[in-house]
Design a protein around this ligand. Structure first.
Ligand SMILES: [Zn+2]
Length: 305
């Protein structure tokens, strides 16, 4: 059996999974204070020990929210305040177990490939749309990482030179126009001139992407305008991927995918418009199916591959 771990900024969730993909046992802790790495490491190891104590564990996989090198070192994890940390080797030496660590999107795509929406595909791209827009590739049945494990950063394709400033330091990146955060910001900025919108019932600061999608599903004109602006921008980014790599499928995951088929229905016309006809013709566009568990299963899959 294996342990798959989804390392989030708020919670760390772990699960014991067998090699057929059955989830045997779950455990979680608050991520808590990470400012002192060695104090955190001790707490994290205690958590893993308590998760594995009743099982014969052959390996641990971790999906991590940060930039991970090809050598599986944490280069930077802005949410945790970490830089140049070798969590993987600290864990494997102290627990005496093989550990695989990669960024959360790479782990999520592996989960969808193994047990989720991408089982039928060898060449596909997965996006995760939430606070930002992440992405990862499968090419020829293997994850494609690029030379420094940075492939798939669709969120930082420039769609508006000189546009909105991005956390990466550039201006005009896709995620500033197509993430859930971008959708919320658009609604907050423009709601003032749309008095008839259902969204006026919600405090401006409390508006979430879910509210906007719910209003859109009820036919709210302003919500639909905000959603379509967001999805049009997303389609420009996806079309760049489709035209470049001609994949079998695009898999859409992350928080925004909860909007379901409604999202796909509104996205498809934009994709048809921006993708090359011959690449769009056979393209499957599908929602991810494993939700928050994708990274956990993907972390286990990496030991089996
Ligand atoms: Zn950027």
């Amino acid at each position: 059996m294996y342990i798959g771990i989804d390392f989030g900024g708020t919670n760390i969730r772990a699960a014991v999974v067998d090699k057929s993909g059955n989830l045997i046992h779950k455990n979680r802790i608050r991520t808590g204070d990470t400012s002192n790495y060695s104090v955190f490491l001790k707490r994290f190891i205690d958590f893993i020990q308590s998760t594995k104590k009743d099982f014969d564990i052959k390996g641990i996989g971790i999906g991590f929210p940060g930039s991970i090198s090809k050598q599986q070192k944490i280069i930077v994890a802005p949410n945790l305040g970490w830089k140049n940390i070798d969590l993987r080797s600290d864990l494997s030496s102290q627990l005496n177990i093989p550990v695989i660590l990669d960024n959360d999107v790479n782990m999520a795509i592996c989960g969808e490939k193994w047990l989720g929406a991408a089982q039928d595909f060898s060449d596909f791209f997965m996006l995760t749309i939430g606070t930002g827009v992440g992405g990862a590739f499968f090419v020829g049945n293997n994850i494609y990482t690029g030379t420094g494990n940075n492939a798939g950063e669709i969120g930082h394709i420039n769609i508006e030179p000189g546009g909105i400033e991005c956390a990466c330091g550039k201006k005009g990146c896709l995620e500033q126009y197509a993430s859930a955060t971008a959708l919320i910001n658009f609604a907050r900025r423009n709601l003032i001139s749309n008095k008839e919108s259902l969204l006026n019932d919600i405090e401006l600061k409390d508006i979430e992407a879910q509210h906007i999608y719910d209003a859109g599903k009820q036919g709210d004109r302003f919500a639909l305008q905000a959603i379509d602006y967001n999805l049009k921008n997303l389609a420009i980014g996806i079309a760049a991927v489709v035209n470049l790599m001609n994949p079998q499928a695009i898999i859409i995951g992350g928080g925004v995918s909860h909007a379901g088929d409604f999202l796909l229905k509104r996205l498809r016309p934009f994709l048809k418009y921006y993708c090359l006809d011959f690449s769009y013709k056979d393209l499957v566009v599908r929602l991810a199916s494993l939700g928050d568990e994708a990274g956990i299963f993907g972390s286990v899959y990496r030991h089996l591959k």
